[in-house]
Design a protein around this ligand. Sequence first.
Ligand SMILES: [Zn+2]
Length: 380
Amino acid sequence: MTAEINFEDFKPRVDAIEEAFQQKWERFRYFVLEPDRPEFAEGLNSFGPEGISLLEKAKSALTQAKEFQTEMLGRKSRLSALRKEIRNVAAADRGVAGQAMTRLELQMSQPLEIVETHLNHFIGTILTRQEALDVTLPGWRPRRGHLHPITLVRERIEDIFVSLGYAIEDGREIETDFYNFTALNIPDNHPARASQDTFYTSDGFALRSQTSTVQIHAMQRRGAPLRMIAPGRVFRRDTPDPTHNPMFFQVEGLCVDRGITMAHLKGTVAEFLRRMFGAQTVTRFRPSYFPFTEPSAEFDFSCFKCGGSGCRICKNSGWIELGGSGMVHPNVLRGAGVDPEEFSGFAFGLGIDRMVALMYGLDDIRLLFENDVRFLRQFD
Ligand SMILES: [Zn+2]
């Protein structure tokens, strides 16, 4: 039988628990206030380092409040241990000891419950605000990217020719000597064949120096009559400068049928340029020489900027030189398996990059190939 204790012995143990509670309670006392009070958020500051969010601090405070509650009021708490000793208190003091215990328990449990309720409420408010979909806010979206200016102009050119009944042909960029030169009526001793003008692979293939190669493939594959354009990349051994690059883009056109004349060529090129640069555009042809056409002509169009009166873009001439053209040489038709006695045709070619540089007023064609986003972004 344990010796009986009286209230005077019991009371200090109750007070000790209360004192321990008060020490730790200091950090939590702000959370008895309503969560929208500024002191509430200030109180959270001791629950995490500077820089972490109020949400994280509130979660930490809630966890610690629950631990505090378990420590003070749980099954293994000093309070719980003390409660078991009430039976050892002298019968006369047992009532007052019990009251002191109950008072202490409520003194600790009630504010802690309020603290947990308020912290839960505070956390819930932040989460709701974060998850709420506010359709009036500008969204976060990744940059979508956009087409390269060369692609934009190429597609415009393609659209115009497709509407004129032309097919779009694609071709290989590495070619045999035959397709790059011989089939185009370029003689063996022609300077273009020299390795200072054309890139060759170590086993003797050429990087195509013009898209005309595609014409030969198309005629061999599809025969005549034929209407096609071939946009694509070509390669020449140029030293890069503001108007030259060793890799650039061309578009080549070919029309082969019975009774095709120079008038069809002029009409087609003129119509293309009118659709590209406006109905007022005037086209002119100047006699020229290319091995694969006979007769051959270079074509210019009236400056789209000044309309012919002279400006910086047309170097005050009123005209812009654009490309080469002519009637397909009978040797080229014959080499591709088309009978020049029955069929005739015209061909033309122009540089897409040059056209882009003109249309967008670029001083340096190399800008188009440097992949500098600060430059390319302007075409979005
Ligand atoms: Zn001009």
